[in-house]
Ligand binder design. Sequence first.
Ligand SMILES: [Zn+2]
Length: 182
Amino acid sequence: MYHSNPNHNRFKFCPACGSNTLDPDSIKSFKCRECGFEFFLNCAAAAMAIILDDQNRILVTVRAKEPGKGSLDLPGGFAEPGESIDHGLVREIKEELNLDIFGLDFFCSFANAYPYKSVVYPITDMAFTCKVRDFALINPMDDVAGFRFIPVNELDINMFGMDSARKVLKKFKKYFQTLSKY
Ligand SMILES: [Zn+2]
């Protein structure tokens, strides 16, 4: 939870009247002193895929772009306007890895922030376990530079550049160890 607007210094000019009078009005909104215009920077929805192969190895990607370029990540991305979160994840995994996922099952959600070009975007991250029938056509593309299959028990959280993936994997490792006991 934020105590102040993380972009309080970023936006100054009102998009409606053009005056230099746009003030932060809450942790997620701005209001113009001059004309009363209000602007909200609401949470963007993002999804990550937890995909295991038949040897309980998790599919991770290598980030091609900043932030966190070259570090490991979970595949996924933002839902587009007008798109559901599950359809967004299916689309992202197709775009990034040329894989068709199915059987999406909600695993967990975290609040996060995504700093990009000096704007901090508030994010609602969601992680889903997903299935893949055939990995044969896997092909890293788009904002993914490569991929690896890592046994869940050998996952090193510190190799992941994004806080979002680290939070999800920490929780998933615990969950997986509990499963393995039975
Ligand atoms: Zn204004």
